[in-house]
Design a protein around this ligand. Structure first.
Ligand SMILES: NC(=O)C1=CN([C@@H]2O[C@H](COP(=O)(O)OP(=O)(O)OC[C@H]3O[C@@H](n4cnc5c(N)ncnc54)[C@H](OP(=O)(O)O)[C@@H]3O)[C@@H](O)[C@H]2O)C=CC1
Ligand SMILES: CC(=O)[C@@H](O)[C@H](O)COP(=O)(O)O
Ligand SMILES: [Mn+2]
Length: 412
């Protein structure tokens, strides 16, 4: 890279965002952060990041947090002993569309590290602006489906999700015609090996204990239910244009192999590195260039073991369900995702048992697939369709959850 790339980091205070900022700080010759966005839960961290990276714009989704960010910016500038005029404080964008507005501004790369369907607007804005999109926010691609893929020129979306980064790396010198199947690895989550009956009583704290990665709460619960892997099957299909029947999942508890591509001659290429998001994030921002020493490499001097096992679809039906949503297409993936987001929040609030998450997602999806009119090929999906399906699925998930006993009541 001749000049540092200008990067906008959306979700800067989260797990992906903070690691991205670490990488930028360690590689000032490669990257420069020009804008950051967050929800507004941690205005102090947001202000510290803004001043440390001398960003031009800070976007905050909760309009009520804008004043806190402003005050935290003054406080941080003062703490650093900046004299008046020595440093220009960043511009603040506030409100639900702030991240979308920031994603549309001129820069080289937008890293979308927001959690959830709310990442759709910024994903679309970055693609429409012609900017490279380093995509951690898998939800926006999955729910937007053809709306998002149609906006992207070849190579404009660089996957940051570790499995998809692995596949993109394995495909670097190959062609789509050479691919027999994609194989996504799955940790199996903290409850790997348990039967459905053994999942009845599990608590949010137990579900939040991912075996290998420190991630935000939503994706961590999604890993425990295997919804994350279900979403990733649809994501792989959309990113690499491989039919979902040829996207497999294998449980690999060590998560050193991040995924694999099997080619038509029987050869398999896998990408290996100890579990860390630093390499996929660095590749996302620097693609196609690698960032030297971005993350830890394998230590081949020590004995180690890699295990692989089939997924137990009966205990963890979320991947099977995602395949149904992905095959139905249209707004079904948005329904799967939206119902899941509601259920995860309810589970974390102690209002829904663990098994209720995927059971409720299944019920909402079933109703949707029964009621949905079959969309003809000539009738393209629109963003409004996606947003309407998202809203309806959330309402329905809430209704179903409210109709059932709470987790606390069930345990009594
Ligand atoms: N963490 C990981 O290792 C991996 C994550 N991913 C994906 O990356 C995405 C981010 O995950 P992760 O970093 O773990 O999540 P976190 O919960 O740690 O962080 C989410 C970030 O998004 C911000 N945010 C939430 N709503 C908005 C909004 N409306 N506008 C702007 N920012 C917003 C949050 O700010 P605030 O807290 O203030 O609301 C926070 O900074 C998810 O899609 C996840 O599936 C994929 C692979 C690995
Ligand atoms: C790091 C990453 O990409 C996550 O999506 C992670 O892979 C979760 O792993 P499991 O969902 O397999 O537990
Ligand atoms: Mn992943």
């Amino acid at each position: 890279m001749a000049q540092p790339r200008d990067v906008v980091v959306l979700g800067s205070t989260g797990s992906i965002g903070t690691q991205a900022l670490e990488l930028v700080a360690a590689n000032p010759g490669l990257f420069r952060v020009v804008g950051i966005a967050a929800g507004g839960n941690d205005p102090v961290l947001l202000a510290q990041q803004a001043i440390a990276h001398e960003v031009e714009v800070v976007a905050v989704a909760q309009a009520t947090a804008a004043q806190d960010v402003q005050l935290a910016l003054y406080a941080e500038a003062q703490r650093r002993g900046y004299a008046e005029g020595q440093y220009r404080l960043p511009r603040i964008l506030a409100g639900p569309r702030a991240a979308t507005e920031l994603a549309a501004t001129a820069c080289d790369v937008v890293l979308n590290g927001i959690t959830g369907a709310v990442g759709l607007g910024p994903t679309i804005a970055a693609l429409e602006a012609g900017t490279t999109l380093a995509l951690a926010n898998k939800e926006s691609l999955i729910i937007g489906g053809p709306v998002v893929t149609a906006l992207a020129r070849p190579g404009q979306i660089v996957p940051v999700d570790s499995e998809h980064s692995a596949i993109a790396q394995a495909l670097r010198s190959g062609t789509a015609q050479e691919v027999r199947r994609l194989v996504l690895t799955a940790s199996g989550g903290p409850f790997r090996g348990r039967s459905r009956d053994e999942l009845t009583e599990v608590t949010p704290d137990q579900a939040l204990a991912h075996p290998n990665f420190a991630m935000g709460p939503v994706i961590t619960i999604n890993s425990a239910t295997l919804v994350n892997k279900g979403l990733e099957v649809i994501e792989a299909h959309l990113l690499f244009d491989v039919p979902m029947e040829r996207v497999d999942v294998v449980v690999h508890p060590q998560q050193v192999i991040h995924s694999m591509v099997e080619f038509v001659d029987g050869s398999t290429l896998a990408q290996a590195s100890p579990p860390s998001m630093l390499i996929p994030i660095a590749l996302g921002m620097g693609w196609p260039d690698r960032v030297p020493d971005a993350g830890p490499g394998c230590d081949w001097t020590k004995a180690s073991q890699w295990d692989f096992a089939p997924l137990d679809d009966d205990a963890f039906p979320a991947v099977r369900l995602a395949r149904r949503a992905g095959s139905a297409g249209g707004t079904a993936p948005a329904v799967y995702n939206a119902a899941n987001e509601v259920c995860v929040a309810s589970f974390l609030a102690g209002e829904l048992p663990f098994l209720g998450i995927v059971d409720t997602v299944g019920a909402v999806l079933d109703e949707h697939l029964t009621a949905a009119r079959v969309r003809s090929e000539e009738e393209p999906l629109t963003v409004d369709d996606v947003l309407a399906a998202d809203t309806t699925a959330r309402t329905r998930a809430h209704e179903l959850i409210e109709g059932r006993p709470t987790a606390a009541k069930e345990r009594r």
